[in-house]
Ligand binder design. Structure first.
Ligand SMILES: [Zn+2]
Length: 127
């Protein structure tokens, strides 16, 4: 379950499913007790078009990650497309959650792809 929290300094919303210690928007350090948490499923977050436009779908990097780790990158691309659809519908909290998931999976696919590539390289080298 993803949590959307609101920064007490810049009052913008961000994904807080892993309890961040600073605001990803303005960099202000965050005291968990002052956070206004809203569960992703129930929240109807109001956001401006500008704030919605700022959400990164990570589509380009997700597409690039196909080269590194095919199965993971497909999942990342799915979440990127979900983010784009959420942005189009103006669903800010869903877009933020899907964007964060796309980013995590995309990074994981780069790391796993890098490890597999490294192992493959070592395997060839030691033969
Ligand atoms: Zn902030």
């Amino acid at each position: 379950m993803s949590d959307v929290a609101r920064c007490p300094k810049c009052s913008r919303y961000f994904d807080n499913s892993f309890a961040v210690s600073f605001c990803p928007k303005c960099g202000a350090s965050i005291d968990g007790t002052h956070l206004l948490n809203e569960t992703f499923a129930s929240s109807k977050v109001k956001a401006s078009a500008g704030e919605i436009a700022q959400i990164d779908s990570h589509l380009a990097l997700s597409l690039l990650s196909i080269i590194f780790c095919f199965p993971f990158s497909i999942v990342a691309i799915v979440f990127s497309i979900l983010t784009i659809n959420d942005k189009r519908r103006g669903n800010y909290s869903a877009a933020i959650s899907h964007s964060a998931l796309a980013k995590k999976i995309m990074i994981a696919s780069f790391i796993i792809g890098g490890i597999l590539f490294g192992l493959n390289f070592l395997g060839r080298f030691s033969r």
